[in-house]
Design a protein around this ligand. Sequence first.
Ligand code: UDP
Length: 240
Amino acid sequence: MERAEILGVTFDNITMRQAVDRTMELIRSGRTAFVVTPNAEIAYDCIKDREFRELINKADLVIPDGAGVVLASKILKTPLRQKVAGIELAEALLPELAKQGKRLFLLGAKPGVAERAAEKMEQIAPGLDVCGCLHGYFESDEEAVEAINAAKADIVFVCLGSPKQERWMYRNADKLVPCTMIGLGGSLDVFAGEAKRAPELMIRMNLEWLYRLYKQPSRIGRMMRLPKYLLYAVRKSLKK
Ligand code: UDP
């Protein structure tokens, strides 16, 4: 599969359909795998933190979640095919999981949110088997590992925010029953109706970041990583 290196992160240059197929293949492979969905903020952390970058690049699938990453890829003349938003990948996976009888575990968000997200997901994909839920404020890694193993999960949506979720997946991969994990940030909040995505038009205009800032002005600090990331891309392209 084609990959593209953007400022040190090796992204899989794939469409949404390919991302779904590849994730289903990982599940069927019968080994433990992990999928990351870096947006520009996460990709910026990768520039600054070598160890985190190496961890991200070890993932079985690295999906470009965000217009910022796709824009950087164009600036660097190694264009990625498309943005594959983590939440949209999650939604596209649900009917496939239901069809293939795969067991989904939801990890993360505040107590009660994962259960509400599960109800919504079962409406989206009737027959979906959500085999367990655990909020993201557990005492120890072991507590979460035991819950996932006891539920015999095939796939786990790990929604602890970044970089916590990526580090968690990497650290615990060996302790889990064979399953595929995907880091999906605040997705459970959106499924549960706790948080809203930007209006369709804003998403299409690549302005989802602006909506998030409007809803949560306290994000301004972390969101400054987006322009800084793009600046890195411009500088690197000028040096080429
Ligand atoms: N979260 C969690 N455990 C933690 C910290 C955060 O489960 O120790 C959850 C938090 O409740 C929220 C999500 O992780 O549901 C992070 O959402 P955010 O939108 O900040 O993540 P992003 O998608 O921007 O990485």
